[in-house]
Design a protein around this ligand. Sequence first.
Ligand SMILES: Cc1ncc(COP(=O)(O)O)c(C=O)c1O
Length: 374
Amino acid sequence: MDYSKIPSPAYVLEEDKLLRNLSLLKHVQEEAGVHIICALKGFSFHAVFPTVKKYLHGATASSLHEAKLVYEKMHVKAHTYCPVYVPKEFDEIQQISSHITFNSLSQYELYKDKMIPEVSYGIRVNPGYSEIETDLYNPASPDSRLGIPGDLLGDELPAGVEGIHFHALCENTSYTLERVLESFIKLYHPLILQAKWINMGGGHLITRKDYEPEHLIKILKAFKAKYPNIEEIILEPGSAVGWQTGVLISTVLDIVPNGKYPTAMLDVSFTCHMPDCLEMPYKPAILNTVESSKFEYNLGGMSCLAGDFMGTWCFQQELKIGDRIIFDDMIHYTMVKTTTFNGINLPDIGVLSKDGNYELLQSFGYEDYKKRLS
Ligand SMILES: Cc1ncc(COP(=O)(O)O)c(C=O)c1O
């Protein structure tokens, strides 16, 4: 792929890669007889929502604004789960949601008299098992505020509740889901027997190379066979939709010789434009780097945060000012988490079509920064 003509910095989604992911997700959906919906928290690239809608069953929202984006750009009602609902927003959320899930019994009590027949309601439970090492991303730890713990629920679903939602995965395999389901069934079997739908959350990294979709299909079919009362099984991945579908293009603006390795200063920032690299943390892949070479560099973000750097990568040749640095797999969770810290501008957003044409969809400027402040 030739990125050299695309203005830097830019998030660039590649259509053929997105279609590859969507086709695989559709295959799982059809073979397992489940509904897969796109989690906006991980993938909100709304210019391609019409394409996403052709393959998936809709989308899930975790706020009024995400639900509005689903309704406006995908023309479907959202599956909405907010950890807590803002009272003045609840009526609007009901109008644009097909499913609404409550995170606690107190939220259910607060809104139960407002329930309407057009919406199917659910509760989120803590399935009591997860395999996520980073606490920041573990929604099912014993003390998690997300989901009702088993001991607070009796043997009956609250009146008017038809669905049960859990979310316990983060970039996990179907084998982890299998173990989560074991725990979920152990804790909630009587409630599952009363439910019409089960939402198994996100974190199913179905489109990663080593994922075994056929195993996922097998366990979903086994779950359906065990609970014929369940009319709808929902999976709501975000990462799997945007996984390896594009890049963040950046440019070297300076090279400072300080420290053991020189640092290439870029026109992007880890903290503003790739925050998960610092939060998780993880080291992103960069195109055209090598295992080892004498051209080893730290890469530095353009903010003045001392920790806005990552290191080190080896290049085939000496870096020069003006060289392009292409961060791979920078579409999911990056664009939705950007900030304008330091007044740093946001990268452009564009799409590379299957035939190699680049379309600039969005660029940002001073007004976007100013509007967030007052
Ligand atoms: C409730 C819920 N559903 C879905 C997702 C999407 O998860 P992923 O993008 O890892 O598939 C998340 C992620 O945090 C979540 O909290």
